[in-house]
Design a protein around this ligand. Structure first.
Ligand SMILES: [Zn+2]
Ligand SMILES: [Zn+2]
Length: 106
């Protein structure tokens, strides 16, 4: 028989902070606060209130870039282009990555 206490697997950091909103003392946080941001910490209650005020979870789809696949030819060097970060409307003057970079640096 095992009567080990099942500890939650979430690591908590102990400390002595203050809620920037209501001034309640915070002794435990699920993350290690940045010393520069200690005056922006929120207690559990204020944190929850703030999240609800913002309308729950927001979906963030930054960092996901859509790529378009195709079969194009570079207008400058004739290399084949199979992927572009945009859907080209005019395929006559497309540039491959190398030529594109060269034209930008020129
Ligand atoms: Zn608070
Ligand atoms: Zn090229």
């Amino acid at each position: 028989m095992t009567d080990d206490m099942q500890n939650s697997d979430r690591q908590m950091y102990q400390g002595d902070w203050k809620c920037s909103e209501c001034g309640a003392s915070i002794t435990e946080l699920p993350f290690q606060p940045d010393p520069d941001r200690e005056d922006t910490l929120l207690c559990k209650d204020c944190h929850r209130k703030k999240r609800q005020a913002r309308g729950g979870d927001r979906q963030d789809n930054r960092g996901e870039r859509r790529m378009f696949s195709g079969n194009w030819t570079c207008a400058k060097c004739g290399a084949s282009i199979t992927e572009l970060p945009f859907n080209p409307t005019n395929t006559d003057n497309l540039l491959c990555r190398d030529c594109h970079r060269a034209s930008r640096e020129a």
